[in-house]
Ligand binder design. Structure first.
Ligand SMILES: [Zn+2]
Length: 102
């Protein structure tokens, strides 16, 4: 007999969305959160108190392809803070290479 482990339940404390991940999945899943205006946001385990906040980008953009929310505002990260730690989705700029001169 092969026993199948149950899926891992996740919830977003910002928008309330629920998600079931495969039991073999060992990373915190992300989703485009409507409460964070579409920014990729980590889920939390059900029943765990957590605060979700966005981190505004304060660096110079210098022509980089930055990640923006639905209002076009640039964000650097989304942070989920729990009593025992935090998860952070880093919204890094997209690398751009100009191959015309090669
Ligand atoms: Zn959400």
């Amino acid at each position: 007999m092969i026993l199948t482990p149950p899926p891992n339940a996740w919830v977003c404390t910002a928008c309330g969305r629920e998600f079931l991940a495969a039991a073999q999945e060992h990373r915190t899943p992300l989703h485009p959160c409507p409460a964070m205006k579409g920014l990729m946001t980590p889920f939390t385990r059900p029943g765990v108190a957590a605060a979700v906040r966005r981190v505004a980008r304060e660096d110079y953009s210098m022509g980089q392809e930055l990640q923006r929310d639905e209002d076009g505002k640039v964000a650097m990260a989304v942070v989920v803070t729990r009593d025992d730690g935090e998860d952070r989705a880093i919204l890094a700029p997209t690398a751009v290479v100009d191959l015309r001169g090669l």
